[in-house]
Design a binder for this molecule. Structure first.
Ligand SMILES: Nc1ncnc2c1ncn2[C@@H]1O[C@H](COP(=O)(O)OP(=O)(O)OP(=O)(O)O)[C@@H](O)[C@H]1O
Length: 602
């Protein structure tokens, strides 16, 4: 019967059965009890330790006091040197708690939680101390692993470039990483528990809330169209992904946000640079840009005088004259003398562009305005802002573009194709045509109101045959240019050649003369330039007469003949465009209009 047991034996049995490693020290630091759990924990049998002061062997590799020893000697000041955590508790009994990492005699690292309490006699004197040890290694390792992973996670979140925010089911912020603090200019502790909608402009909050409540797994993506606001109220465009998650039965949403302001600006700058690059490349490839204008003829002197007078005014100028007479050169001169020379002179050859592209070329387009518009693109009007826009072959403009051009000229404003934003520009317009625009107006092919807008200051550029005195001058000018270009020691033109050049009718004007000289220089063998061979390559009288027919048929046959002669080559000094005295792009567009297929390889 339990009642028959004396209390000492009962207490000894109780301690013996405790599943917690426990031992008792008497007042002289000798072990009076070492229970079974202690035997198992330390690997030391009770028989080997009871009655000795060798209990430390169970816990340490060298002699040092246990908590029970310190308690017996009343030296609790030394506790902190022996244990990482130590505290006194008077909750149920007067006990001391301590925790620490230690190494068991067999080399095992253990984390122990130690509890020791005094046993007192009737007078309150400490006669013994009971100490129990609990192996907390597994919990401690798990706790540390958790701490490490939390630290790693917060380091990852902290170093992320994107703002990462977690909200609970009421959209209140539970996590706000460093990038979010930078992006929204708000410290994490101020953001904590605030509704995330606070950082979205009011007009976008309803849409944003729908995303926050998404159940779409793994995430819903808002690539564009959301506008956020920083703590100081500054609005900026964002893209965001919303990942719903459930933790302990509660719904959360992790939102990754990215400020796309910089990217948008960079995209816009890139598109502007691309347009400018494309334009500049085109300009660099056209070899007749900003050249010296050569002329001694009185007819041209009058033209130069008109240009000198009109250049400083912002008036539109209409340059009229046959192809190749130098209209583009004169446009360059007007720009250079106009006070707009720091701006760009932007050229558009209206004949060289397909009708469906001309509007977007002039006014630009928004991304997605039509198939193939994968990027927003600035038009020539925008590029010419602060400078001059030169519309060559303006008579070829399709009606829709004519209407838009008229408005741009009247209001100095327009919208990009597919765009709604009205853009204001300050552009001086110079137009050129080799057509009789008044006739085009009468035939209903050109808008009368646009014609009057363009025709404010018309300048008629005489054909080369009307200023024959310029032929030798120009011929020598081109000779010097091409002799240098091709490294040929040709110094002058043979007198007979010069006479022939002066007699020729020059339907292709200066461009044709230039091409003939270029070919002659290429073919030249001595210091004096002969032109017979070069001329015969381009002269109509060296070919069979073209059959009679409509103007279009004659033009078509003529182009086909020249193409055959040049082996299908369009551009370059020996190409069909050079022979015909045309810009290669102009020739290509004429061919398209006349239904001449791209030349096959001859
Ligand atoms: N007076 C000149 N002095 C020097 N070069 C000239 C002169 N006139 C024309 N040229 C040259 O002749 C070529 C044709 O000139 P330009 O392109 O200015 O003619 P255009 O009238 O604009 O022709 P199109 O109507 O076909 O566009 C260019 O290479 C240009 O440099």
């Amino acid at each position: 019967m339990l009642d028959d047991l004396d209390p000492k034996t009962f207490a000894a049995h109780l301690l013996q059965q405790l599943p917690v490693p426990t031992f008792v020290l008497d007042g002289r630091h000798r072990v009076s009890m070492w229970n079974r759990a202690c035997e198992q924990f330390t690997g030391i049998a009770a028989a080997d330790v009871v009655g000795t002061d060798q209990h430390w062997r169970g816990f340490y590799t060298e002699r040092r006091p246990c908590l029970a020893d310190l308690l017996l000697d009343g030296e609790l000041g030394g506790l902190s040197q022996l244990y990482a955590h130590a505290a006194r508790s008077t909750y149920l009994a007067d006990t001391w708690h301590a925790e620490n990492w230690g190494v068991m005699p067999d080399g095992r690292p253990v984390y122990v939680a130690v509890v020791a309490g005094p046993i007192t006699d009737a007078q309150g004197r400490v006669v013994a101390v009971v100490e129990s040890q609990r192996d907390m290694t597994a919990q401690k390792l798990a706790e540390q692993a958790l701490q490490d992973s939390e630290q790693r996670l917060s380091a990852i979140l902290g170093s992320a470039m994107d703002a990462i925010v977690t909200v609970d089911d009421r959209h209140r912020i539970t996590l706000f990483n460093a990038a979010a603090q930078r992006m929204f200019r708000c410290a994490a502790d101020l953001a904590q528990d605030q509704p995330l909608e606070r950082f979205i402009v009011p007009s976008h909050r309803a849409l944003f809330q729908q995303f926050l409540d998404t159940r779409q797994a793994p995430a819903a993506w808002a690539p564009q169209g959301l506008i956020a606001q920083r703590a100081d109220g500054e609005a900026f465009p964002i893209e965001a992904t919303f990942s719903p998650l459930e933790l302990a039965g509660r719904r959360y949403c992790t939102v990754i946000l990215r400020d796309v302001n910089d990217r948008r600006q960079a995209e816009q700058a890139l598109s502007r640079l691309q347009s400018e690059k494309g334009y500049l490349e085109e300009q660099a490839n056209s070899d007749h840009n900003f050249q010296e204008i050569v002329s001694g003829a009185a007819e041209m002197a009058a033209v130069f005088e008109q240009i000198r007078l009109v250049a400083p005014a912002d008036t539109p100028v209409l340059l009229l004259g046959e192809t190749g007479t130098g209209k583009e050169l004169l446009a360059g001169a007007i720009h250079n003398l106009s006070g707009r020379q720091d701006g760009m002179l932007v050229k558009v050859n209206c004949a060289a562009l397909p009708a469906e592209l001309i509007e977007s070329e002039l006014f630009g387009h928004e991304k997605g305005a039509f198939t193939g518009a994968t990027q927003q693109r600035k038009g020539r009007f925008e590029l010419a802002d602060g400078g001059t826009l030169f519309l060559d072959e303006v008579g070829e403009l399709p009606p829709a573009a004519q209407a838009k051009l008229l408005r741009a000229l009247q209001e100095q404003e327009f919208e990009r194709v597919g765009g709604t934003v009205t853009l204001k520009v300050n552009v001086r317009l110079i137009a050129a045509t080799n057509r009789d625009l008044a006739e085009e107006v009468a035939a209903g092919r050109f808008r009368a109101d646009l014609y009057y807008r363009l025709n404010v200051f018309p300048v008629q550029v005489p054909a080369l045959r009307e200023r024959r005195s310029d032929v030798p001058l120009l011929a020598r000018h081109f000779l010097a240019k091409y002799a240098k270009k091709f490294g040929k020691p040709v110094t002058d033109i043979a007198p007979a050649a010069l006479a022939r050049l002066s007699d020729y009718a020059w339907p292709g004007n200066v461009r044709e003369l230039q091409n003939v000289i270029e070919r002659a220089v290429i073919l030249a063998r001595g210091p004096l330039l002969e032109i017979d061979q070069a001329l015969s390559l381009g002269l109509p009288d060296s070919r069979p007469a073209a059959p009679a027919g409509t103007l279009e048929e004659v033009e078509r046959n003529h182009i086909l003949q020249v193409l055959e002669q040049t082996g299908g080559v369009i551009a370059g000094p020996r190409g069909a465009a050079a022979v015909l005295g045309l810009n290669p792009n102009t020739l290509r567009s004429r061919m398209q209009k006349l239904g001449i297929a791209k030349p096959r390889s001859y």
